[in-house]
Ligand binder design. Sequence first.
Ligand SMILES: *Cc1c(COP(=O)(O)O)cnc(C)c1O
Length: 421
Amino acid sequence: MGREWGVDMVENTVSAKKNSERGEGMAPASALMATYARFPVSFVRGAGTRLWDDAGREYLDFLAGIGVNNLGHCPPGVVAAIAAQAGQLIHTSNLYRIPLQEQLAQRLVAGCFADRVFFCNSGAEANEAAIKLVRKYTQDRDRGRERLSSGRFEIITTLNSFHGRTMATLTATGQEKVQRGFEPLLAGFCHVPYNQPEAVERAITPATAAIMVEPIQGESGVVVPDEGYLPALREIADRHGLLLVLDEVQTGMGRTGRLWAHQWSGIRPDIMTAAKSLASGLPMGACLATEEVARSFSPGSHGSTFGGTPLVSAAALATLEVLLDQGVLAEVSDKGAYLKAALGRLQHRHSMIKAVRGQGLMIAVELNSPAEEVLGVCLSRGLLLSCQMGTVLRFLPPLTVTQTEMDQAVAILDGVLTDSF
Ligand SMILES: *Cc1c(COP(=O)(O)O)cnc(C)c1O
């Protein structure tokens, strides 16, 4: 990998991050709002699993833009599709038909439970659409039945979930640190422990309309539920007349070895959201639903200026073509098993590693101690990962990652744990 930065650089990196997380130190060096604790690195070029910074140092990107660059950086098929489409037509309003958007929707629904898609620009927006659709569908259904509103609007979500940063989605998110300072939160959400179907059942009231979960919790450190969890939620939802909403923003698009993570469980949700790698790094979100539920969105119910423009739709179509037709998805489970086994072997050698877990290429190494400094040293040795919940190192490499690159990444982490901790 690239040159070592040296210890000073690592220490500066870690303390700069700590200071900025505390909101102190470091005179503002830019005109940006301080919403991110950024590492002092900037990348100028990427190809596949590799990135190069402005000093020419090379890095292995095992975070992939937090699960966005699932096909690696600048995948040629997607780059070509974007370039061609940009030269032909970038944007038209959703007041007109957009054939590429319709083709994309067709391709997305062909392989899953859904019949209809709404396109937007991010994971949070996809979840906003899902939340609005839950409320609208539930009102429409109950008004039909009871000739008045049933007062059912509440959505049960889980503790330590992550659903986004808008007011509705941060309320859905079961993390106080995301919500603090933004009260009053939106009405109509309650949080229960993850991976406990009985907790969902206990939380149901006459106001409950839906259950919303991630198939694997990503931001809280790759928390994989028991195999029976999603089927149990489906059963509870059916028994109580609730919608089941799955947030596949991080788990979707092949990350776990199936196109959508819930497909491992065999169940069908009523609504599902996607974003992150949908268009390989151009902003795109999607809310997918069954015909029965989707019918509640009619002209004027919801909308987006940019959702599903020709440019981003072309990028997403090319992404699906590479992922599905060129065999990338088919290799994810084997690659994930390889990486997880290699990290599992590290666990035998380093008592600092408490657990290795994950599915497909969504993997966590949980440490017995803070992971932030390990992360900083990994960065200085050319390996990008993220730190979750203080002690978890998260691996989200491109699905196109090679065995050699996985070996190199594991060797870097091995060296970091051996030399520095
Ligand atoms: C990243 C993420 C979101 C939010 O997506 P944005 O595009 O940042 O709004 C929502 N849900 C999950 C599970 C995510 O991982």
